[in-house]
Design a protein around this ligand. Structure first.
Ligand code: RIB
Ligand code: CA
Length: 367
């Protein structure tokens, strides 16, 4: 697989970027977004993707957000599909004011693994929509992210719904960027087992090196992982409400959902699809939908079986431990860190009915 991102990248760069991130330490903790006045500036990084499509439509129906841009990345399906799918959602929501910047074709160091089994070959459950007329802007996603963050230092939250390749690339290309980013709200990771391997959730599984750079960047992270998104299965009743609403947005969402529910049933899944990304987006609109807990989260990148696992550490008298030191290695201690310093607020529970009232209510609204 050729061309990855616009920044040459080696494992040495990855290690250096991770170490640099450790220097930017404090986790100030995200002030609840809904508690602030006026639209909040966000960039939405995404791999549409059925649940991404719902999240994008929800975002574009949410006046609390000033969407500075959307940056598609390869993930659920290749970039050749996530890009037009993102453009289609912008057109369906009639939001041509929102720039779309093309992101990475592939992870930083790995071959792309897609999820067509869950999102269909076209990424929208198989639901067919016309080719988008809108075009992306000329700048690539990592350059766009840098431009917007530097234009509005301290004001921009990155809402990431796919593999973190674009964000990591932006951070590696500008060492001063992390301290200017207000926060990262991510759908990603899991402290209760994965959905690709028993250890790894898809977004982190696809690009564990990128995820580690983000978690170690010092940017306040709110992690909406499988621990809570497994409780967000879309139902026929939700879809019927969208169909009854009869708007362009609600009918498009219903069409994607109907197709993906059929795909899920053919795959033997009796419920779902889960609205993973919509929950992450909704958590930024109203964090009280979820229960949060501070963790130090790090990402396994070496494991032959466990690469992409997100490990959540809580305070411990004996410090934070990694694997036992090997006889052949240079390390003699397993202690990674003496002191517990949280780098993430992790969602540990969700009020699913309130979440769906927000999601379906906004997608079905005629306003
Ligand atoms: O594990 C769920 C995540 O992976 C969601 O973002 C879904 O869209 C896929 O990207
Ligand atoms: Ca996604």
């Amino acid at each position: 697989m050729t061309s990855r991102t616009n920044v040459p990248f080696t494992r040495r760069d990855f290690v250096a970027a991770s170490a640099a991130g450790l220097a930017v330490s404090t986790f100030a903790g995200a002030v609840p977004a809904f508690a602030q006045s006026g639209p909040r500036r966000v960039i939405i990084d995404t791999d549409p993707g059925v649940d991404d499509a719902f999240a994008l439509l929800l975002a574009m129906r949410s006046p609390e957000l000033k969407i500075e841009g959307i940056t598609p990345v390869a993930g659920n399906v290749p970039l050749e599909l996530t890009l037009p799918n993102a453009l289609r959602m912008v057109e369906i929501a009639n939001r041509p004011d929102i720039p779309v910047a093309v992101g990475a074709h592939a992870p930083l160091l790995r071959r792309l693994v897609t999820a067509t089994y869950a999102h269909g070959e076209n990424g929208l459950g198989g639901a067919v929509f016309p080719e988008p007329k809108l075009k992306p802007i000329a700048d690539p996603a990592s350059v766009f992210i840098r431009q917007i963050v530097r234009k509005y230092p301290g004001e921009v939250t990155l809402i990431t719904l796919g593999p973190l390749t674009n964000v990591a690339t932006a951070l590696m290309s500008d060492t001063g960027l992390a301290s200017m980013i207000k926060g990262v709200t991510m759908m990603g990771g899991s402290l209760s087992g994965g959905n690709v391997t028993p250890a790894a959730e898809f977004n982190v599984y696809v690009d564990p090196e990128a995820a580690r750079i983000v978690f170690q960047s010092g940017i306040p992270v709110t992690m909406v992982g499988l621990d809570v998104t497994r409780k967000t299965a879309l139902t026929d009743a939700h879809v019927k409400r969208l169909e009854d609403a009869g708007t362009q947005v609600s009918l498009a969402a219903a069409k994607i959902a109907r197709n993906d529910i059929d795909l899920n049933r053919r795959e033997g899944n009796s419920s779902g699809p889960n609205m993973h990304d919509s929950l992450a987006l909704a958590s930024f609109l109203d964090p009280t939908l979820l229960t949060w807990r501070d963790y130090y989260v790090d990402v396994e990148t070496e494991g032959e079986l466990t690469a992409g696992e997100t490990l959540g550490y809580r305070p411990s008298e004996s410090g934070l431990h990694g694997s036992a030191a090997t006889l052949a290695g240079t390390k003699t201690s397993a202690v990674l860190r003496d002191k517990f310093v949280p780098n993430a607020k992790v969602a540990v529970d969700v009020n699913s009915p309130r979440f769906f009232e927000l999601l379906i209510g906004r997608l079905a609204s005629k306003a």
